[in-house]
Design a protein around this ligand. Structure first.
Ligand SMILES: C[S@@+](CC[C@H](N)C(=O)[O-])C[C@H]1O[C@@H](n2cnc3c(N)ncnc32)[C@H](O)[C@@H]1O
Length: 348
């Protein structure tokens, strides 16, 4: 074999793997059947794994062979299954909770996964494809289908567990008395901030579905006495009186036009000199390749779901300016560098 045919073969194999029809589904099957947990729990033969996962032993053996090649499992000298490093990441109790983002038993996960083929149309049309695929826009679908909404809220709670400690540590909350969390979901992010900063009062704003679950979340964290919950759209006038209007992981869900409408509502409620704080991903060429790939992947997902987008610092600056906000700072969160705080002040 010549050098060029060797590198050509490597490139072909790389492309075959990148465009695999099956690999993403093999990983999802492992996650849904909890194969990593079962192997860790001692089911280290194919027959035992099949018995405990309720699967066909021959088909499961073939799936396990493929998952071994993908790097999730290894076989010992005695021919028993053991977890490889990638498989460890799919344990249910892994702190990143990746397994649950792939679990096909979760209605939200399943619906989003099965919509991913819509990317082609999203690129052709330049906008969301959810409505064409499912008959309603992403957010209307969530209100109409409580199982979908609950699944989404649970995924958001898991995301929030990853970034809310970083938001809590990454901003000088001693300068704030009253924070309004706009699109604050079930209150998970707020609970972390309030729990660490006992001087803070808060208002949580979101649609009726997510805020219905907020009372329990706030009470369990013993912060309900410091938080008012408001069920409304953030496209309507927002409660006034906050020192900071926080939008965590929310503006990226929306087009520039809709994002500007939301930011204008924040600016009106905050008043001149008031602050608006975004926790979002910031597109930059300076991040490492894996981080850039993650952010560009989320960007495409946002395009498909809801015509949303990830933005560069310059795009955040311009977006703020259209809503009467002056951009004052952007900094990556030290404990969660995939996300940054984008800070604005309302122009006087
Ligand atoms: C990606 S989630 C982020 C949730 C929360 N900020 C967090 O950190 O966990 C976006 C939130 O925006 C809310 N949302 C969507 N449309 C809304 C609207 N028109 N008015 C208020 N909230 C809305 C959703 O219900 C959801 O809770």
């Amino acid at each position: 074999m010549t050098d060029s045919s060797v590198s050509n073969r490597a490139a072909v194999l790389q492309l075959v793997q990148l465009s695999s029809r099956l690999d993403p589904w093999a990983v999802r099957a492992a996650a849904t059947l909890r194969l990593p947990d079962l192997v860790a729990d001692g089911a280290d033969t194919t027959s035992e794994l099949a018995a405990r996962s309720g699967t066909d032993p021959d088909a499961l053996g073939r799936l396990m062979r493929h998952l071994r090649i993908l790097g999730l499992f290894r076989t010992t000298a005695a021919g028993r299954w053991e977890l490889a490093e990638l498989g460890e990441l799919l344990r249910d109790d892994h702190p990143m909770r990746i397994r649950r983002t792939l679990d096909q038993a979760d209605h939200y996960v399943q619906k989003v996964d099965r919509s991913a083929h819509g990317l082609l149309e999203a690129v052709r049309t330049g906008g969301a494809v959810w409505e064409r695929l499912h008959g309603l826009s992403f957010w209307d679908d969530m209100s109409a289908d409580p199982r979908f909404g609950r699944g989404f809220d649970a995924q958001m709670a898991r995301h929030s567990a990853l970034y809310s400690p970083a938001i809590t540590r990454g901003y000088d909350w001693s300068t704030v008395e009253h924070v309004v969390d706009v699109g604050g979901g079930t209150g998970r992010t707020l609970v972390t901030i309030l729990g660490t900063h006992p001087h803070l009062r808060a208002t949580l704003v979101d649609l009726p579905g997510p805020v219905a679950g907020a009372a329990t979340v706030l009470e369990e964290a013993d912060v309900a006495g410091r938080c008012v919950v408001v069920a409304q759209s953030f496209f309507d006038p927002l409660p006034p009186g906050g020192d900071v209007y926080l939008l965590a992981n929310t503006v990226h869900d929306w087009s520039d036009e809709d994002s500007a409408r939301i930011l204008r509502r924040c600016a009106q409620a905050a008043g001149p000199g008031g602050r608006v704080l975004l926790a979002d991903r910031v597109v930059t060429d300076e991040a490492d390749e894996a981080a850039q790939a993650f952010v560009s992947g989320v960007d495409l997902l946002m395009l498909m779901l809801n015509s949303g987008r990830e933005r560069s610092e310059e795009e955040f600056r311009e977006l703020g300016a259209t809503a009467g906000l002056r951009h004052t700072a952007t900094h990556a969160l030290a404990d969660y560098p995939l996300m940054s705080l984008v800070e604005y002040v309302v122009e006087g």
